[in-house]
Design a protein around this ligand. Sequence first.
Ligand code: AMP
Length: 113
Amino acid sequence: MNEKTLFQKIADGEIPSDLVYEDDHCIAFRDINPVAPTHMLVVPRKPITRPDLIEEDDETLVGHLFTVARQVASQEGLSDYRLVMNNGAEAGQSVFHIHLHLLGGRPMTWPPG
Ligand code: AMP
């Protein structure tokens, strides 16, 4: 059996997190190293390694991450925010279990670094 990812361990309560939302399909928690006043991660319980390994069967699940991000943003009182999913190390991915970053609470610049 493959070892659990860091985010599976968080989802299973084996590693503590500042959880803000959970359901049968995903969890959302505050990033341990925030880069904005609000920085949450929305993570499916299913350990898909990276965005380019999302399959057709995952489309509903991945869409659900956006719905949850909207709910969490609303709970935080955010109307404007950025959603980011990094694909691969060069793009900034460091945890190989897909996750949507929800960033808000300050003006964002474009393009990202
Ligand atoms: P990425 O670099 O896109 O893969 O994002 C991974 C994110 O996970 C980073 O922003 C980290 O700060 C965050 N992170 C790593 N470990 C933890 C943890 N134990 N609890 C919460 N966030 C974490």
